[in-house]
Design a protein around this ligand. Structure first.
Ligand code: T1G
Length: 695
């Protein structure tokens, strides 16, 4: 039972929020806080009240899991807890440390005064969940710090530091030293001087030229966040705070919140929030104590991936040696890393101290023997099994016997690679996504012999370097690239059937993808896809592959890197233009094949490309390559530009309804690649039972 507790410090009552891990405001916790506030009110000995959080947070907000259940609507709702504090006839002081988010900040806004430790992160991130602050925050925050600052915090969901908010007038005092002791002293001083009970609801909203502020905000939303309703709703409720009475604004806030909490976008964003955290849990993997920490990393292969991985490790404070026997490759790596950090410094993304620390953490080695001291050795050489076998034989001989080994392969068989080492138990796959120092996703590939300790160390490393680690089994392309291949096969085939590449890209980008398939492949390199298809045609000869992308590559059209791929690129530009040469090449192939041409609708493009992802995901789930459907969602949300407000390919299918998905896949059975759209067995079974992937 999660409750708050009340302690008396002479004439000051201290109510401690105590609902680990983040003191979320569940119904039980809300009820307990209100009961203690009322008890403090009734006790004449008490002259003031302090609210403080136990553990590592003041409060992380409402209990997100309660939304869309009766508990979220059960009194006292979060807004009533804030109102209970505000209505007290004794000073109530919120004492904030580390984190005050969402309903947690809204509770603090109901208090008469707010103090905080320095460095606390304080914000209203609800918009990131497809919501808006629903406990009075949209009405009280503008009254505390003015319309402009409040609108920015609510629309972006970004937290601010307590010191900044002290400057803005939200935090009354930054407490040095022990927060509780300082807050009690502050509360007592308020009582001693009979300080006024400041209620934000009684204040006005400061701001100049407010109509222009809200108009500019609407333009920004239309540019940056047009796809889902919450951001524009944030503007409307802050506008209500500026122009309408408090109680009217509160009613409008509540009605808008209740509408947003039912939207598919909010449900998808909340799914994404928990999915990323659930991915770190591996059933049956006992939490191992005293895991040997990873503090030093050797990376073999100083190419693009090796450099990105090196910076990822250095950015997290790990010491790195980047090894390559080619002196020219090493020099290119040294220059590339120096340029990346110099650019980050110039743009203010890192300060001089961080620049110095990170660059000093990366050493370069021309001899493979340089890996001999590392806790972890990561292989990042050319994607060729023979080369990897040769390199791992050398790594095996030169690495410390207790060092963990990893391959960064993106498609090759990790089990086969492990067979080149004497102890496959210490090897796993760490599939970083390029650019490795930017992309959040890390596929942690568990080989058939990967030990529990090695896997646990891989998960701990993923958290340490700020990645979202998703554990997967060994198959061609693991989770993400395996599904991507099916997606690309549909995209290429749609072009054979009559869609233009730009129509396919446009339809999928309008649907919400960050980048359509052809723009993406032009950026990544059409030759990379070409190499994969050559291998897949050998490994999976039963599948149909379009020939027009191969013709493109045979003509040397690899994409941005050669100035032309599907699109053509003006010198120095990364913006692709439709190219008649591509259209001619496609027409020639289609004529050779005798493929009937037809008009392909945007709806068909989206359905075939998006539903084939869920269909292949169902196979991956059934084979046990992915532990759960939400892990597949996380892979696409963090590594493939899938729109977060759609929750991932598996949740998207769930929201459509799996029976509907099966029916739509079958509707395309007559298409050129209809066989690839046959519903996977698990999908068909779940659909027939009225179930979901994400149960
Ligand atoms: N509800 C339920 N569980 C939560 C939670 C929440 N609000 N916040 C965190 N958790 C769980 C999380 O799933 C994980 O669980 C554990 O706590 C540690 O989280 C009415 C409508 C607070 C900055 O959006 O940003 O208030 O995996 O790994 O890195 O107007 O959690 O251990 O089982 O992230 O130290 C608004 C969401 C809610 C804040 C801490 N609040 N949380 O970060 O730990 S809506 C938020 C965070 C609302 C009101 C509105 C972060 C954190 P598990 P963690 P962390």
């Amino acid at each position: 039972m999660s409750t708050a507790r009340l302690d008396l410090h002479d004439d000051i009552a201290v109510i401690t929020l105590d609902n680990p891990p983040v003191n979320a405001l569940s119904h039980a916790h809300r009820s307990s806080i209100v009961a203690h506030l009322q008890a403090a009110e009734a006790n004449n000995r008490i002259r003031a009240v302090v609210l403080i959080g136990a553990g590592d947070a003041f409060c992380g907000g409402a209990e997100i899991r309660e939304f869309n259940t009766p508990a979220a609507l059960a009194a006292p709702i979060t807004r009533q807890v804030a109102e209970a504090a505000e209505a007290l006839k004794k000073p109530v002081v919120a004492a904030i440390h580390k984190v005050a988010m969402g309903g947690g900040l809204e509770l603090a806004l109901g208090c008469h005064y707010r103090v905080a430790s320095a460095g606390a992160a304080i914000g209203l991130p609800e918009v990131k969940l497809g919501l808006l602050p629903g406990a009075g925050g949209t009405q009280r925050l503008p009254r505390a710090i003015g319309a402009a600052a409040a609108l920015d915090m609510i629309m972006t969901g970004e937290p601010r530091k307590s010191q900044d908010l002290a400057t803005l007038g939200l935090i009354d005092s930054i407490i040095e030293g022990d927060l509780l002791h300082g807050a009690i002293g502050y509360a007592r001083a308020l009582a001693d001087r009979a300080a006024p009970l400041r209620r934000l609801r009684d204040e006005g909203v400061a701001g100049d030229n407010l109509p222009a502020l809200f108009a500019a905000a609407r333009e920004r939303v239309a540019r940056e966040w047009r796809a889902y309703p919450a951001p524009v709703c944030c503007i409307e409720v802050v506008e209500a705070a500026a122009f309408r009475p408090f109680d009217e604004g509160i009613r409008f806030e509540r009605a808008t919140f209740l509408r947003l909490v039912e939207t598919p976008e909010s449900k998808a964003l909340r799914h994404a929030f928990f999915a990323e955290r659930t991915a770190a849990r591996v059933p049956g993997l006992a939490p191992l104590k005293d895991l040997p920490p990873i503090q030093s990393v050797a990376i073999v292969g100083a190419g693009t991936m090796g450099c990105g991985i090196a910076m990822t490790m250095a950015n997290a404070g790990l010491s790195v040696v980047l090894v390559d026997v080619s002196s020219s490759a090493l020099e290119r790596a040294r220059a590339s890393i120096a340029d990346t950090y110099a650019s980050a410094l110039a743009r203010g993304r890192i300060d001089a101290k961080a620049h110095e620390r990170r660059t000093s953490l990366i050493q370069f080695g021309a001899e493979l023997s340089a890996i001999g001291k590392a806790d972890l050795v990561i292989e990042a050489v050319f994607e060729d099994m023979a080369i990897k076998h040769k390199v791992f034989a050398q790594i095996d001989a030169l690495a410390r016997p207790d060092a963990m080994l990893a391959t960064n392969t993106s498609t090759l068989d990790v089990n086969a690679i492990a067979r080149a080492t004497r102890d496959p138990g210490r090897l796993l796959g760490l599939h970083f996504f390029s650019p490795a120092n930017v992309m959040r996703l890390l596929e942690i590939v568990r080989g058939e012999h990967t030990s529990d300790q090695t896997l646990s160390r891989g998960l701990a490393l993923s958290r340490r370097i700020g990645k979202v680690g998703v554990v997967c089994g060994v198959c061609d392309g693991f989770i993400g690239n395996r599904m991507l291949e099916e997606y690309l096969r549909q995209a290429y085939t749609l072009v054979e059937e009559g869609a233009t590449p730009q129509a396919v890209d446009r339809a999928l980008e309008a649907w919400g993808l960050a980048m359509g398939p052809f723009r993406m492949m032009d950026m990544a390199g059409q030759d990379i896809g070409w190499a994969v298809r050559k291998r897949l045609k050998i490994d999976h000869p039963d599948k149909r592959y379009s020939t027009w992308p191969d013709r493109l590559c045979e003509a040397g059209r690899f994409g941005q890197k050669t100035g032309a791929g599907v699109y053509r690129y003006d010198a120095g530009s990364r913006v692709g233009q439709p190219d008649p040469e591509t259209a001619r090449l496609i027409a020639q192939v289609v004529a050779e094949q005798g493929t009937p041409q037809r008009t392909v609708s945007d709806e068909e493009i989206v359905e075939r490309c998006m539903l084939v992802l869920a269909n292949e995901g169902a196979r991956i789930l059934h084979e046990g390559i992915a532990l759960r459907a939400s892990d597949i969602d996380v892979v696409y949300l963090t590594g493939y530009g899938f729109p977060r407000y759609r929750g991932g390919p598996m949740l998207y299918a769930d929201q459509l309804g799996l029976a509907h998905v099966v029916q739509r896949l079958r509707a395309y059975s007559g298409a050129l690649m209809g066989d690839a759209l046959a519903p996977a067995p698990l999908l068909a079974t779940l659909a027939s039972e009225g179930r979901r992937f994400n149960e």
